[in-house]
Design a binder for this molecule. Sequence first.
Ligand code: MN
Length: 210
Amino acid sequence: MTLKKYINKKDFAKIPEPQGTLSQAHEHLFVIQKHAASHLHYDFRLELNGVLLSWTIPKGPCFDPSIKRLALHVEDHPVAYGFFEGIIPKGEYGGGTVMLWDKGIWHSLDSNPTKAYQAGHLRFKLEAEKLQGRWDLLRFKDEKHWFLIKNKDEFAQPFDHYDVTVAKPDSVLSQHSIAEIAAHHQQVWSEEDALKAISHKTGLRNRTKK
Ligand code: MN
């Protein structure tokens, strides 16, 4: 049986722990960029259908399943942007200092992640440097307002015991703090630079230039 046929026959929603080739079929880039703009926030991005679906999380992620973190849905970003760390000039969209705060893979636990996204409920597993385990993004009220919620699993932790934004504040790319990036980085965002960065720094997937 080919992998494609096998995938078509499976209901991923019923599989708690996708393994091996099955999970690879549903693997996509996941990043969080810590962004010191007018207010510090965390930009949560999931690759789907060739773009980074994006949510701004003012307080950042939380490993406590009893705490819902507000996630404001914002416009899609190019996949290349997900590898960026550095400065966006003042006055430009997103102006400020950007840190690559977490990077890894997300596995959809929905058989059709595009449909799940449109329906306002994404269920997924994260394998990244800081975030792990089962999470949900759940829409409420309107198109913009979502919650990021940690599910109960072996990675869940009470907030008063563990705040990942405090325990692990720095970059997964450079190990720098926001202040260090702001002070020392010469890197200014351009899509061309990001495309170069992809070909050098990641073996995640082959991406073609436009
Ligand atoms: Mn931002």
